[in-house]
Design a protein around this ligand. Structure first.
Ligand SMILES: Cc1cc2nc3c(=O)[nH]c(=O)nc-3n(C[C@H](O)[C@H](O)[C@H](O)COP(=O)(O)OP(=O)(O)OC[C@H]3O[C@@H](n4cnc5c(N)ncnc54)[C@H](O)[C@@H]3O)c2cc1C
Length: 492
């Protein structure tokens, strides 16, 4: 039986393991940490529960497809709840805006808080973004690339021209609305990829549509339930899962994968090795030298995360909240161009206790704060975390009535911690998604050694839970094509 070792138990590794086991392979998954899930982490203390990485579940389709492909029903494993409003936006001028996936609510909110004249602009923008999303996903996202020429198919070129996919996102949104608050609202979503909206191509407007148009979901019990659901699925399919097992080296002989060597010195043989680790780190530390190892990659930004146990109520805050800096453009320049820690940071807050009351003790809040900062190739926010926290808390005193004496504890996750997890330069969102690191230019899911593959955020199609789940679909297609094993035809 063809033996596949998956190195890493992030969302990508778990989904790939379940898919490949279902397709007829013998699958072993090795995770270096004691907790599965990678960046989808869990922290619990004194009756408070926090998700430590992702907090927004968007674009349910790849998740539903995973369970459907494995002849299961998603709802038997996970109960996602659609949030409405999706989130509250706090602008520095005092405007508070509740974003919603319901068009009628958005129309009312825009008319009341911005101007009735902006309503048709919003409707036009959403219609154009929706059309782009439905064209772009099958043509560019849900596909394996074999060479850059794959981008030059007649269908791809027609879509590039039709939607002007490579136009600048920030400038193009300005053509829909003159209100700077709406410009921020409809572009900041590229920061989910660790990318500045000012440097993003228009095609990333599909993120705006995924979030503003289709909405934001939260799994009952928290984001970590997603990890538990995928772990259950993988184990049901017969995947052998071991935690606390760090892979030091992929063993390659005559250009072909032979297995892996663990930090303990033990070796495990395999026909196929799938790396869920960050691609630059894997090329530099785990694989024999190759051209890829010396490639000059570009990274996304990083994040300072604060998990705050708070006694009292922050009634102004919803489940998700976005707090824009007074000068958003300067804020972006600082993070992405000057690579300095922002003077007046924009940040995001999450209180999952709004949807899941058991996430904090009675009368308390589980306050999650995420501040985008440069990765460690620039100014290191790790040593400035206390100063950043002070600025965030001052703003929350004004906007949400936070009292310092209500803070019971603060647990932080800094760029140095993301780096310790194996993310090169502490870039929490991994490889950047600029043009030459997207589609056919992104690291392929096939390494230049026979039998070695990648899955996850730093290979195709990219970062974020939905994309990582699609990366597991693409990996399965690729491996099945190259090894010819399929359930029914295979040895299982
Ligand atoms: C702060 C933050 C907020 C985010 N918010 C969102 C959000 O709201 N919505 C969203 O969709 N996405 C969000 N993301 C992105 C999302 O978390 C990632 O895209 C996704 O979790 C990446 O999954 P992955 O499987 O590719 O990699 P990872 O989660 O990084 O998993 C890789 C795994 O491999 C293991 N590993 C690495 N090297 C080895 C080795 N040598 N031996 C054994 N194991 C190894 C690691 O320990 C890890 O468990 C966020 C990310 C961060 C950091």
């Amino acid at each position: 039986m063809t033996h596949v070792i998956i190195v890493g138990g992030g969302i990508g590794g778990l989904a790939a393991a379940a898919r490949l086991a279902h397709a007829g392979y013998r699958v072993t998954l090795l995770e270096q940490r004691t907790q599965l899930g990678g960046r989808v982490g869990l922290f619990e203390r004194d009756g408070f529960r926090f998700d430590t990485g992702p907090t927004l579940l968007m674009m349910l389709d790849p998740l539903e497809k995973l369970f459907r492909d494995l002849h299961r029903r998603l709802e038997d494993y996970l109960q996602p709840v659609l949030l409405n409003p999706s989130y509250r936006v706090f602008y520095a001028d005092g405007t508070r805006f509740d974003s919603s996936p319901c068009i009628a609510s958005m129309v009312r909110e825009i008319a009341q808080k911005m101007s009735p004249a902006e309503v048709p602009n919003y409707l036009r923008l959403m219609a154009d973004l929706s059309a782009m999303l439905h064209d772009v996903v099958p043509a560019f996202v849900r596909r394996n690339y074999h060479s850059p020429l794959d981008l030059l198919g007649a269908g791809q070129i027609r879509l590039l021209v039709k939607h002007r996919l490579l136009a600048n996102l920030y400038r193009r949104v300005r053509r829909y609305t003159r209100d700077p608050r709406l410009q921020m609202l409809f572009t900041f979503q590229t920061m989910y990829l660790g990318l500045s909206p000012m440097q993003s191509p228009w095609v990333y407007g599909i993120l705006t549509y995924m979030e503003s148009g289709e909405g934001v979901w939260f799994p009952r019990g928290g984001m970590y339930q997603l990890v538990r659901a995928l772990e259950t699925l993988a184990r049901e399919e017969g995947v052998q899962i071991s935690t606390g097992e760090r892979v030091e080296q992929v063993m390659v002989e005559s250009g072909r994968a032979m297995g892996v060597r663990l930090a303990s010195g033990e070796t495990i043989k395999a026909d196929v090795v799938v790396l869920n680790a960050d691609v630059p780190t894997a090329y530099q530390n785990m694989l024999p030298s190759s051209k890829q190892a010396s490639r000059k990659w570009r990274n996304s930004c990083s994040a300072l995360v604060f998990l705050i146990g708070y006694t009292g109520k922050l009634a102004q805050l919803l489940h998700h909240n976005v707090h824009f800096s007074a000068d958003f453009e300067r804020n972006l320049q600082e993070i992405f161009v000057q690579k300095t820690v922002p003077e007046d940071p924009s940040f995001y807050t999450c209180l999952s206790v709004r949807t899941e009351p058991s996430d904090a003790p009675e009368g308390s809040e589980n306050l999650y704060v995420l501040v985008p900062v440069p990765n460690r190739s620039g100014q290191d926010a790790t040593s400035m975390k206390n100063e950043v926290l002070r600025k965030v808390l001052s703003r929350l005193e004004r906007e949400a009535g936070l009292r310092r004496d209500g803070i019971l504890f603060v647990q932080d996750i800094s760029p140095a911690d993301w780096e310790a997890m194996g993310l090169w330069q502490g870039a929490a969102f991994g490889l950047s998604h600029d043009f030459f690191q997207s589609t056919c230019f992104r690291p392929s899911n096939r390494a230049p050694f026979e039998g070695v593959y990648f899955v996850g955020a730093s290979t195709v199609p990219g970062n974020g839970i939905p994309m990582v789940l699609i990366s597991a679909e693409l990996l399965q297609q690729r491996i099945e094509q190259e090894t010819g094993v399929r359930r029914g035809k295979g040895q299982k």
